[in-house]
Design a binder for this molecule. Structure first.
Ligand code: AMP
Length: 403
């Protein structure tokens, strides 16, 4: 079975090809046969296509006018040149797409029919940066492989059953009826890493109270009970919740009114301020990247120290706020760029939960520890670092639709 995964965003397009045999062990992620990405942010005139297959790397500059055709040029490298792994694209059995927003109606993955495509179109107001790019990807593939089924895997779906008290905002109820609610994001990652943590620990998901910390450039935390998301920190949009690279996360909404009244800010300026100029970058004035912030701290930069302190404080606050709804905590999971790679952040976050007898093995935390439990044997809470593999998770969710 050959499954192509496409993650098409506004500034990048990523794709992977997996080959799954009937008896393949699916509990451990497979290496893709071929993978490629196009980054459209490298410079103003070119996108950079990078392809990796057969232990060979290829880099191609794509003129920006070609953005719409980028996906097809990327797919051509599956069947041509030294990254060729298939004789024909027709050998692909099915395509799985990451779709950011499923709205209220899509609580699980599904085959992309004309109705589903229309729903993705109708949800553009809730995901204006992503859904046009998703549709471009779906349509480009439909033109090339009109008879190959395509599957939508929604990033909101895992959170679709969070209970009303976590989902409904305390504003007049009519707004909930009009669709304003907590949707949550990073669901593909949170679902995958919680399942993987269960496997790593050798414990059934049904028995576990898990808090999953997806800490990357975008960050969110999810409480998972019996394998289901029961609360999550991102909300109506991916702006709510934790402090992020350039996003502010949760702030007093009256600050926006104040900026409008006293400083004349308009919608565009507020959007830019909250999404692009805030978070770790905004406070540190150094960088959105934790690595640069840690270097700046080493050089005595106080604002960088403050930015990291706020980040850690907010991660601890959100974890703490979710424990009562879970009724306890069995497993804390760290994933994504910061969660997987920063022993310092993991150590500082875990230190806040020593009152629960969460005991980190500090030595193990500082070693290579991907897909491992880094808690001490006498800890009451397991701490698992999991490499998030959203592409593999999409392939797994696409597989059941193969006929
Ligand atoms: P992601 O969005 O999951 O790709 O995560 C990207 C972020 O991970 C970067 O902006 C960094 O802040 C962080 N990151 C990546 N590598 C490291 C590292 N070795 N130490 C600390 N943070 C890291």
């Amino acid at each position: 079975m050959k499954i192509l995964v496409l993650n098409a965003g506004s500034s990048s397009q990523k794709s992977c090809l997996y080959e799954i045999q009937p008896h393949t062990d699916l509990s451990t992620p497979l290496e893709p046969l071929w993978e490629a990405s196009i980054d459209w942010t490298v410079n103003d005139e070119y996108g950079l296509l990078k392809v990796f297959a057969n232990d060979q790397k290829r880099k191609i500059d794509l003129p920006l006018e070609n953005k719409g055709d980028g996906i097809l040029i990327m797919l051509e490298t599956i069947t041509h040149g030294h990254t060729k792994v298939l004789s024909s694209l027709e050998e692909i059995d099915i395509i799985g797409h990451r779709i950011v927003h499923g709205g209220r109606n899509y609580s699980q993955s599904c085959i992309i029919t004309p109705e589903v495509e229309q729903a993705i179109q109708d949800l553009i107001p809730l995901a204006p940066n992503h859904h046009p790019a998703h549709l471009e990807g779906i349509r480009a593939i439909a033109r090339t492989l009109p008879h190959t089924p395509q599957v939508a895997v929604f990033d909101t779906a895992f959170h679709s059953k969070i209970p009303p008290e976590a989902k409904v905002y305390p504003i007049p109820y009519e707004w909930y009826e009009k669709g304003i609610q907590r949707y949550g994001f990073h669901g593909i990652s949170h679902e995958y890493v919680s399942q993987r943590a269960g496997k790593i620990l050798g414990k059934p998901l049904e028995d576990l109270k898990i808090i999953s910390c997806h800490l990357g450039n975008g960050s969110s935390i999810t409480a998972i009970k019996n394998g289901h998301s029961i609360d999550t920190s991102m909300g109506f949009t991916p702006l709510e919740g934790l402090m992020m690279g350039t996003r502010c996360g949760s702030i007093d909404p009256a600050i926006l009114l104040h900026l409008m009244d006293e400083y004349g800010y308009d919608k565009e300026q507020l959007n830019h301020l909250l999404n692009k100029e805030s978070g770790l970058l905004g406070v540190s004035q150094v960088s959105a990247d934790v690595r640069s912030i840690i270097s700046a701290i080493a050089n005595g930069n106080h604002q960088a120290q403050l930015a990291l302190d706020i980040f850690v404080h907010r991660v601890k606050s959100v974890i703490g706020s979710m424990i009562p709804s879970l009724g306890g905590l069995d497993v804390l999971v760290f994933t994504a760029g910061i969660g997987e790679n920063s022993p310092l952040v993991r150590e500082q976050v875990c230190a806040g939960f020593s009152f629960l007898n969460l005991q980190l093995d500090l030595e193990h935390n500082n070693l290579k520890c991907l897909d491992q439990n880094i808690a001490r044997p006498d800890s009451s809470v397991d701490v698992v670092v999991v490499k998030t593999q959203e592409d593999w998770a999409i392939a797994l969710q696409t597989l059941p639709f193969c006929s």
